[in-house]
Design a protein around this ligand. Structure first.
Ligand SMILES: Cc1cc2nc3c(=O)[nH]c(=O)nc-3n(C[C@H](O)[C@H](O)[C@H](O)COP(=O)(O)OP(=O)(O)OC[C@H]3O[C@@H](n4cnc5c(N)ncnc54)[C@H](O)[C@@H]3O)c2cc1C
Length: 148
């Protein structure tokens, strides 16, 4: 038996977000994370397209039985929310991972991605970590620090 999984590029949409949950607090009394997510029609369409092609491929390869186990989208690749970009109005960190709003605060993880990507993200997260670390070392004497 072989099984294929379809991983669509789940596009960024403003209604999908992480906000603070003031009702659910952690042991330090800090607000918890509230995740709001709805799978878009576009993502459903990409999934259906991919699943139908996978079914065709199984049948063309001579499978005696081929079926789709489920059509729901569930990804372990949770990316975005601290988007990287040049414009502080539409992004959280700049091209070097430094937050637009807080001097000398860097974010180095999958949250700086601008889309989910359809492939495994960890190599890119590692590459970004190395790139940001190199930038930090090379510019250590020019770091802006908050005067507040
Ligand atoms: C089941 C599964 C399979 C996967 N398989 C693959 C794969 O094969 N290949 C691939 O490339 N990717 C895979 N991924 C995705 C990959 O694991 C993630 O995209 C990646 O780990 C994200 O890295 P990150 O640094 O953004 O976040 P994380 O790795 O989630 O790191 C966040 C860290 O912050 C810590 N943390 C959270 N809250 C606090 C707090 N308040 N104080 C201090 N620390 C805190 C957490 O404990 C955690 O260590 C998989 C994911 C899942 C769930």
């Amino acid at each position: 038996m072989i099984e294929w999984m379809i991983m669509p590029d789940d596009l960024p949409e403003e209604h999908n977000r992480v906000t603070l949950d003031h009702d659910l607090r952690d042991s330090d009394g800090l607000p918890g994370a509230k995740i709001s997510y709805t799978t878009s029609d576009n993502t459903h369409r990409i999934l259906d397209f991919g699943l139908n092609r996978a079914l065709e491929a199984h049948e063309a390869a001579g499978a005696t039985k081929a079926w789709i186990t489920f059509r729901n989208f569930s990804s372990g690749h949770n990316l975005g929310t601290a988007k990287m970009g040049d414009d502080p109005a539409t992004s959280v960190v700049n091209r070097w991972g430094r937050t637009h709003d807080v001097p000398n605060l860097y974010v180095i993880d999958g949250s700086v991605f601008t889309t989910s990507t359809a492939t495994n993200p960890t190599s890119t997260i590692c590459a970004l970590a190395r790139r940001t670390a190199t930038y930090l070392v090379e510019n250590r004497r020019e770091q802006e620090v908050s005067t507040a």
